[in-house]
Design a protein around this ligand. Structure first.
Ligand code: GSH
Length: 213
């Protein structure tokens, strides 16, 4: 079967999570930049977001669905725990990511720092500052989990870790937010270990092209 094609930008957090699944699994894929505003792209993603996947005739959208497909359709060490409780824990953290973490750390903290690049407008300091207490609370929750275990779903890397890492990468790399993570020492330990993985190294966004706040 043809290699998988992942559509999206190398700057996108969600695209990077999907790429991390390919890299961790050792599965060949091609990253293709897509014009998500092109009506034809809706055949791949009905809501015109990224990433989307094409694997032969099979089309799929939504990062977590793509990550599960990559994990389950190809050989290699599993990125999802077998134990039902650990697997449920992975799903819990992915759900929390999609519903709470993205809304605060994705859309109000990181996105504000990149408002010029993303929305062609100045950063809204009030939105950014107002989000910080909840952002710190969320980082504290993750820190508490990682104080007890090595990865978010237990002792082994899982899709939950791959989901959070790209967002936290921007928190650490962005001058305005760089001091947020280090006080959470367990989360910081996890972040440093995740950053050193070959999968993370292979998917670093070309930051020099961005002008962060
Ligand atoms: N729930 C989606 C979220 C995807 C998403 O929001 N992607 C962003 C890029 S990081 C996007 O496509 N933004 C384009 C836009 O909002 O126009 C997923 O998990 O794949």
């Amino acid at each position: 079967m043809a290699d998988a094609i992942l559509y999206g930008s190398p700057f996108s957090n969600f695209v990077r999570s999907a790429r991390l699944a390919f890299e961790e699994k050792g599965v060949a894929y091609t990253l293709e930049r897509a014009d998500i505003k092109d009506p034809a792209y809706r055949r791949l993603h009905p809501f015109a977001r990224m990433p989307a996947l094409r694997h032969g005739e099979f089309r799929l959208s939504e990062s977590f669905a793509i990550m599960r497909y990559v994990d389950e359709a190809f050989d290699g060490a599993s990125l999802q725990p077998v134990d039902p409780r650990a697997r449920a824990r992975m799903t819990q953290w992915v759900s929390a990511f999609n519903d709470y973490f993205v809304a605060v750390i994705g859309r109000r903290v990181i996105a504000e720092c990149y408002a010029t690049v993303l929305f062609n407008r100045p950063m809204d300091d009030a939105v950014f500052e107002a989000a910080l207490p909840e952002a710190r609370h969320q980082l504290g929750v993750l820190d508490g989990v990682l104080a007890e275990q090595h990865y978010l779903a237990g002792d082994w890397l899982s899709l939950a870790d791959l989901m959070y890492f790209p967002h936290l990468f921007y928190v650490v790399m962005t001058p305005r937010t760089a001091d947020l993570l280090p006080p959470f020492k367990h989360l910081h330990r996890w972040f440093q270990e995740m950053s050193a993985r070959p999968s993370a190294q292979a998917t670093i966004p070309p930051m020099e092209e961005l002008d962060a706040a």
